[in-house]
Design a protein around this ligand. Structure first.
Ligand code: THG
Length: 369
């Protein structure tokens, strides 16, 4: 495989952790929110998969940028952007929220943090939510301030993350509930820490605002982490597909709506909150969706998905594969595919051409595990 360098520039922003992960052997970058997102380290994909499932990893996920919305109308604006009912939301809690446009098309799928009723962070996936938010605020004459604050998330993921974090922050950190957050002291500096992260192996996300302290914390986690076999890592393709953690721009985008993506539990059409696309989603729900995200298991031992790959039944196109990877657990290729009606039923047999050879597969529910 040829390796081509990324031409670094101000526009493709580095993170405060970049110089560290480069010393630690990062081998690939993706670009996410105009920022470097590590995509691989020296260890093979499979080695890092088993490591993440058994030990603890520190991830530079600063590219998960925050859109800060504050001011008197901030709650109204955040609610206008999401189909999830936030009327009963609480300070100190995170909410996974589809952001949709007036047609129900997905703009993003951030984790929304309610700092207080008048201050929110949208921890965004890869699209320019700040422009959408500003456009809406201007159009609606809302009294809000919208900025991208200097927040650089470092994630601590894996089953041993709890022991490692307890060593640094004490017992209180293990009392955090899933998707709760609070402020914890590290050598005199306060850090917002949530129990969350883009893996299903458990862990935390540290929203670093004090960069100097954050970098000391980064180094300290590696120092104390040796007894837990800590390693640098990054969002993991195999683990995230098995767990069905969906990726905006890969698995779904503006041309898909939340009902097609299985986000039903984050779509509240019966409450009286006001959000864009509500009537449209009601229509779609009444009519029924015309395509659906499904899992697919393919009888093959390798795949590299850099664009959508057609999925067929009896040579007729019925959908497309959007992400895929060889899973050492399932000992076959697993993937996430958008499948047209009426074919989106479990156990449906499909065909796919990989490297000029036709392979067979079967549709299934996600998550895989
Ligand atoms: N953490 C933070 N910001 C993020 C991500 C993150 N921004 C970009 C991207 N990831 C957004 N996408 C997701 C997708 C899934 C989850 C979080 C962010 C997630 N889902 C849980 C699940 O599916 O089990 C829980 C959702 C729930 O039920 O509330 O964690 O990873 N800061």
């Amino acid at each position: 495989m040829s390796s081509i360098n990324i031409a670094k520039a101000k526009r493709l922003r580095s993170t405060p952790y970049t110089s560290r992960i480069e010393k630690q052997g990062v081998t690939a970058y993706s670009i996410y929110n105009h920022m470097l997102l590590p995509a691989g380290f020296k260890d093979s994909l499979e080695d890092s998969y088993y490591h993440l499932k058994e030990h603890v990893q520190i991830w530079d996920v600063a590219a998960e940028r925050q859109v800060e919305i504050s001011g008197d109308d901030s709650a109204k604006l955040v609610q206008l952007m999401t189909c999830r009912d936030l009327s009963k939301s609480k300070d100190g809690r995170c909410y996974y929220c589809p952001i949709i446009d007036d047609q129900g098309g997905l703009i993003n799928d951030p984790v929304v943090l309610r700092l207080n009723q008048n201050k929110w962070w949208l921890s965004i996936a890869d699209s320019d939510v700040i422009l959408f938010a500003k456009g809406l605020a201007i159009g609606k004459n809302f009294n809000v301030k919208i900025v991208e604050p200097n927040v650089d998330i470092m994630a601590v993921q894996g089953p041993k993350s709890f022991s490692l974090m307890e060593k640094v922050f004490g017992k209180a950190i293990t009392d955090l509930k899933f998707f709760g957050f609070d402020y914890f002291d590290f050598k005199g500096a306060k850090h917002l820490i949530a129990r969350s992260g883009w893996s299903k192996q458990g862990g935390y996300e540290i929203y670093v605002q004090n960069t100097e302290s954050g970098l000391k914390l980064y180094d300290y986690l590696f120092e104390l982490g040796t007894e837990f076999n800590v390693k640098p890592g990054c969002p993991h393709l195999i683990e995230r597909i098995e767990s069905a953690l969906l990726s905006y721009g890969n698995d779904f985008d503006l041309n898909d709506n939340p009902l097609e993506c299985g986000f039903d539990k984050y779509v509240n059409l019966d409450s009286n909150v006001n959000f864009l696309g509500k009537e449209k989603l009601k229509e779609i729900k009444a009519k029924g969706i015309s395509k659906k995200l499904m899992g697919v298991k393919i009888n093959h031992d390798q795949i590299n998905v850099s664009k959508a790959i057609e999925i067929r039944i009896n040579s007729k196109r019925v959908g497309e594969l959007r992400s895929g990877v060889y899973s050492p657990t399932f000992k076959q290729v697993i993937g996430i595919a958008m499948i047209d009606k009426p074919f989106f039923t479990v156990d449906t047999k499909v065909e796919i051409t990989l490297n000029n050879e036709t392979k067979t597969g079967v549709l299934c529910n996600i998550p895989f595990v």
